[in-house]
Design a protein around this ligand. Structure first.
Ligand code: ATP
Length: 642
């Protein structure tokens, strides 16, 4: 049986605290469309649930029958009481006024049969509900993950990774619980409550009314205590979140903590935060403890009251002893379900919150489509005709582009930028940190929408291209190369998962990466990334170059590493880059000016505008020019280092 506790004030995360409104509830129900494909199985599960519940509800009746077959007037040992058989029968006739219909053995046999049936029903109920919940939550997980990764970049600036992770883990887990356990439990509780009350009112309407008198106390207590408990448990949750942030931050920058020898400081900070959690939790526990003891008092008090009042009814001959016995067991059932309903409410609150959050993401608009990567490909692809989607060696133009990031609408990062790269040419973007160099490139990838102006590739506005096709034609060799946990081979093949082994090895060779890869005992199978071999900066860059070679893009973006490599590494990387740049239109985000002497045009950015433009030779000649000054500075720095 699932957890059934009388905790009206079960802890619900702060974001779920809002009351379950009708609209919220209806909206949340939309998430159950994921169970629709499995409605047949669900229905079968539901039938088993009803059957098992009917068997459960028959238990008190059978218990009553058993008691009835034990204690009936004709079976009472009159000698023990010291009374004559006639006297005894007289006195207790109205107490045991019904003669038993079945013998004890008959009832017991029937009981065992019922229990066997109940076990069978329960097994299939649990199995079918789990099947429905597992399958529909698999579909929901797939849909949510596919949605998340196809959403545009600004979405990831609004939502933290941790939050998205908890959507896909905690929130879906919550929905899974409700499907596999809570829904069945809710049905059981309501069935027990309603069925139980109907059955006992048949046994004795007076006693039923008497028992129901306890209900208003329970409801009022639930409302009053519930409010206090929720208020305090919200504080507990908030404080707990704060402690988690401390752990997350310090573990992520553990090297910094150690370098500054701040372990004790952090331990103290964490200790204070954890103590606050305890303080609030204890306060909440006072209310919860009070509430639970109140509930226990009322529930058991109710049972005692029922026995007392029912006992009197029995003595007055208005109720038979076996019916009182049955009544008491039903009262226990009903009490349990009332206690459980509070927990159900908390669960429903949580689930409504979870589904709202998931639906919010599912309702966002994707920028790309997920395609079936296993779908059969059309046999041989003929040589591509030059269409919108097939960029040969394209030219790129930025026309009066203005832009601000959606997260900072008041700060114009690019102001009226115009630049052009002819087919197969190389340009470099230069400027101080924060001048807007990376932003220019991000706009080419269509990560964001422009505020003003347009970006053209091959004379066509990039918004007219299919976004996947556009991005397929651009490769970025980033400053900080991010490798996935996996083998070197997989990391290179990421550039084109369909590439043959020969092509992957060839790409590694062109990227000057073959030698160092072969120097590892495992070669291409060497595991890299967080749990694997740590590659040096230069090695990582060459993997990134091999990836780009494999992608074979028409447009190349090189975000030059800020940190200088040693001269041998530098030569290998530069050599690989030169090979990569051949026959491609290239934009270089340059930090070290020595590497861009030969590009066709250098754009010098300042405060989001193009301040200077020309070849290296032209720009160094500008008196007091920004570029000329930068060159001078770097030259002087280089002299000092040497
Ligand atoms: N995602 C973002 N959201 C909001 N503002 C951003 C975002 N990315 C960059 N910025 C801001 O836009 C401005 C330009 O940043 P950008 O990264 O384009 O500069 P950069 O010239 O490439 O700098 P660096 O050489 O240091 O990489 C900066 O002021 C930066 O703070």
């Amino acid at each position: 049986m699932a957890k059934r506790s009388s905790n009206f004030g079960a802890e619900v995360s702060p974001e779920d605290k809002k009351k379950v409104s009708k609209e919220g509830f209806q909206k949340a129900l939309k998430i159950f469309r994921f169970t629709l494909p499995y409605k047949g199985t669900f229905l079968i599960g539901f039938i088993f649930l009803v059957l098992s519940q009917i068997t459960t509800m028959s238990i008190p009746l059978l218990m009553g029958q058993m008691v009835g077959s034990i204690v009936s007037p004709d079976k009472l040992p009159d000698a023990a009481s010291g009374m004559s058989s006639g006297m005894m029968t007289d006195k207790l006739q109205h107490v045991f006024h019904e003669a038993p219909k079945f013998t004890l053995n008959e009832v017991t046999l029937f009981f065992i049969g019922l229990l066997i049936l109940q076990s069978v029903f329960s097994f299939f109920r649990v199995y079918t509900f789990t099947r429905v919940s597992e399958q529909s939550m698999r579909d929901l997980r797939n849909a949510l993950y596919s949605k998340i990764i196809t959403l545009p970049v600004p979405f990831f600036e609004k939502n933290r990774v941790g939050e998205l992770m908890s959507r896909i883990t905690t929130d879906i887990g919550q929905l899974q619980d409700i499907l596999s356990i809570t829904l069945a439990e809710l049905f059981r509780q309501v069935f027990t409550l309603v069925g139980g009350i109907v059955l006992i009112s048949y046994l004795s309407s007076k006693l039923t009314l008497f028992m129901l008198l306890t209900f208003p106390f329970l409801v009022i207590a639930a409302i009053v205590f519930g409010r206090f408990i929720r208020k305090n448990s919200k504080k507990v949750q908030d404080e707990l979140a704060a402690t988690n942030i401390i752990v997350e931050e310090t573990l992520q920058s553990i090297n910094v903590v150690k370098a500054f020898t701040n372990e004790s400081l952090e331990a103290h900070r964490y200790g204070l935060s954890v103590q606050k959690v305890v303080d609030y939790a204890l306060k909440a526990a006072t209310f919860r403890g009070g509430f639970i003891s109140f509930i226990i008092f009322v529930l058991f008090g109710g049972v005692v009251g029922v026995v007392w009042y029912g006992g009197n009814l029995v003595l007055q001959g208005e109720l038979s002893f076996k019916d009182l016995f049955t009544f008491i067991i039903y009262t226990g059932f009903i009490g349990g379900s009332v206690g459980g309903l509070g927990d159900m409410y908390a669960q429903i609150q949580k689930t409504v919150g979870a589904s709202e959050r998931i639906l919010e993401i599912l309702d966002e608009e994707s920028e790309v489509k997920i395609v079936d990567i296993n779908a059969p490909k059309t046999a041989v692809i003929p040589a591509p005709a030059k269409t919108n989607n097939e960029l040969a060696i394209p030219k790129i133009q930025y026309k009066n582009v203005a832009f601000n990031y959606p997260s900072r609408p008041d700060m114009e990062v690019l102001k009226n930028i115009s630049l052009s790269v002819k087919s197969g040419e190389k340009i470099a973007l230069v400027g101080h940190s924060g001048a807007g160099k990376s932003t220019i490139v991000q706009l080419l990838m269509r990560y964001y929408h422009l505020s003003k102006g347009e970006v053209l590739v091959d004379g066509k506005n990039i918004n007219t291209f299919d976004i996947t096709e556009l991005r397929k034609n651009i490769a970025i060799v980033p400053q900080e190369v991010m490798l996935f946990g996996g083998t070197i081979y997989e990391n290179i093949a990421y550039g084109n998962p369909e590439a043959t082994e020969d092509l992957v090895i060839e790409a590694a060779r062109k990227a000057n990466a073959l030698d160092f890869i072969n120097s590892f005992p495992e070669g291409f199978k060497t595991i890299v990334g967080e749990r694997g071999v740590k590659l040096s900066g230069g090695q990582r860059q060459r993997i990134a170059i091999a990836r780009a070679i494999l992608k074979d893009p028409a447009i190349l973006v090189l975000d030059e590493a800020t940190s200088a490599l040693d001269s041998e590494s530098e030569r290998l990387v530069q050599d690989a880059l030169d090979r990569l740049m051949q026959n491609r239109t290239t934009i270089i985000i340059a930090h070290r000016l020595a590497t861009i002497r030969n590009v066709d045009t250098i754009y010098v950015l300042k405060d989001g505008k193009v301040a200077e433009k020309g070849t290296h030779d032209e720009l160094v000649l500008i008196d007091e020019g920004i570029y000329a000054n930068l060159v001078k500075l770097q030259f002087e720095n280089a002299m000092i280092i040497e």
